[in-house]
Design a protein around this ligand. Sequence first.
Ligand code: FE2
Length: 610
Amino acid sequence: MYVLGISAFYHDSAAALIRDGEIVAAAQEERFTRKKHDSQFPTQAVKFCLEAAHARPEEIAHVAFYDKPLLKFDRLLETYIAYAPRGFKLFLKGMPLWLRQKLHHAREMDKGLDHKYKGRYLFTKHHESHAASAFFPSPFEEAAILTLDGVGEWATATIGSGSGNKITLTDEMRFPHSLGLLYSAFTYFTGFRVNSGEYKLMGLAPYGEPVYRELIFDKLIDLKEDGSFRMDMSYFAFCYKSVMTGPKFDALFGGPPRRPESPLTKREMDIAASIQSVTEEIMLRCARHAHKLSGSRNLVMAGGVALNCVGNGRIRREGPFENIWIQPAAGDAGGALGAALFVWHQLLDNPRVPDGNDAQRGSLLGPSYSAEHTEDFLDSVGASYRRFEGEEQLLTEVAELLADERVVGHFSGRMEFGPRALGNRSIIGDARSAKMQGVMNLKIKFRESFRPFAPAVLREDAAEFFQMQPGEDSPYMLLVASVQQDKRRDSGSNGQESMGLDKLAQVRSVVPAITHVDYSARVQTVDETRHGRFYRLLQRFKEKTGCPVLINTSFNVRGEPIVCTPGDAYRCFMATNMDALVIDDFLLLKKDQAQAEQHAVDARRDIAPD
Ligand SMILES: [Fe+2]
C-alpha cells in the first residue's frame, strides 16, 4: 500500500512516498525546478517518487497533506483582528493567494496529481507531521518528542512522546510566541533573509560575544523553567507587517536593522552570539522538560529549529538524554514524510518494529541516474571525461586529487532528502588545508567568507578528532562538537585574541578547514551502512594521508538549490573554480575541459546577500 505525503504552498515543498510503511522516496521540489525554497505544489517531486517506486498515481491509497490549512487561515484571521487596523496592508497582500489557492487544497492537489487520485485527502496537523517525521523513522521503540519551529497552524513548539506505532503530543506553545520566529526576527535584524539566513546567523555567532543575552531575557521574552516563553510583542512587527521587528526593537539594539549587503559589524556578531545563547538555553530547558514528562532516555526532534546543530550539540552534552535522533529533513519539507508516516502508523494502526537502525536510509531518498544517462549528457555537451569500471581506481584517484588540495564535486547515487549534503551531492576538500576554507567560500561557493564548513569523518575515528563518545553517531550532520584538545594548534597570535572576522585567518587545529573560530565543528560521522561509497572514499583518503576527515559542503553555489541531475552538477562544476567532478563512475578534470575558464572572485563576500 502506498501513502503519499505532501508539503506545499508555504516554503520548501516536498513529496514523500512510503510503501507498506517503508520509506521509498522523498525529495524537495526546489531540486527539480531549480527555484530555491520553491513552494508550489511539488509536481515533479511527486512524479519522481512514483517513478522511483514504479507506482502509478491510481495505486496511491492515501494522500496526506502536512498541515491543516483552515486552522492556519483561522490563525491569520484572528491575528489580523487582534491587531486591526494595523495589519490591513499585510492582510490584503496575503488574501488573494489564500482565496485562489491555499483554501482549496483538495482542488490544487487534484490538479497536481493530474486528477488520478480518487481517494480523500488527509490533513495532519503541522506539528503532528514534524513529530511523526522525528519519531517513526527513529531507531527507538519509545522516545520523548520535541518539535520546534516558526509556526504551523497555532502551535510553534510541542512536547510529547512516542511509543511503538503511536505518538502523543501533550504540551504546546502557541503563536505568536515562537522560538523559530524569535530567531528569524534576529535573522532579519542582522540583514539576512528569513527562512534561509538562520544558518548564517548561527555561523556568525562564534565571532561575537553574547553581550545582549540578558537584555533579550529582560525585555523580549519571559522564559519559564519548562522552556516555554512569552514574547513582548511590542518589539515585534511580524503579526501586522511584512517585516519582523519594530522601532522599539531597533532602539533596544542601537539602531535600525543592518541593510542586506552592507558590511557586518561587531554589533551583528554580538547579536548573533546573544540570540544563539538564548536559543540554546530555551532548547535545553525544553529538552529537560520533555525528559521530565516522558521519563525516556531517548529524544527525537524535528521542526526548523532542530536544524540549529549548535543547540542540538548542547542538548547532547548537557541534556538529560542518552540518545538523540533528529529528522534530517527537520524543516517543512520533512513534514511530507511525517504526514505519510502519521497516516500509516497513527491512523491506520500499522505496527512499527524498529531494528536498532533508523529507517531513514541515510536520507538518500532522492533520484539517481544511470551511467547511460550521464554518458549521453556528457557527450551532448562535449565534456572530456574518463569512465571507470567500478569504483576502486576512481576512488584512489579522487583521494589523490583531494590530498593535492584539489576541490572535488562528488555526485553519486541517490540525492539526499533534507538541507544537508551527506556525500552524494557534496563538494569535498582536504580538511588539513589551511587555505581550503577561503578557497571553498570565495572561489567555489561564491559566498560569505565567514561561513564555516563541516567535516565528514569516518565514524570510528570521530572521537579521536571531536569531543564525542566513542561510537557516537551524527550521520546527518546535525550535531556540533568541539575539536579535541590535542588536535588544536596554537593560533600563532602571540596571545592576542583577534576580533571579529580577523579570527578567520588563524590556523586553529590540524584540520583548520573545518574548525570554526570557537573550535566547534558540525560533524557528519560516516559509516559504511548508510553512506557506503562516501565511507570508502574517506577510507582511501585516510590511507593516503593518515587523516580521516574531509570538508563536506553542499554541491551548489550561493542562492541555488543543491544539484539534482548530472547536468546540474556539470553546470555547477563549469561555473565555479572546482578542480574535478565525479559523477558516479565518471571523472572530469577541469584542466581537460576545453570550455573551462577561471571565474572572477570577489574577495569581499562577507557582505553578500542570499
Ligand atoms: Fe514547520
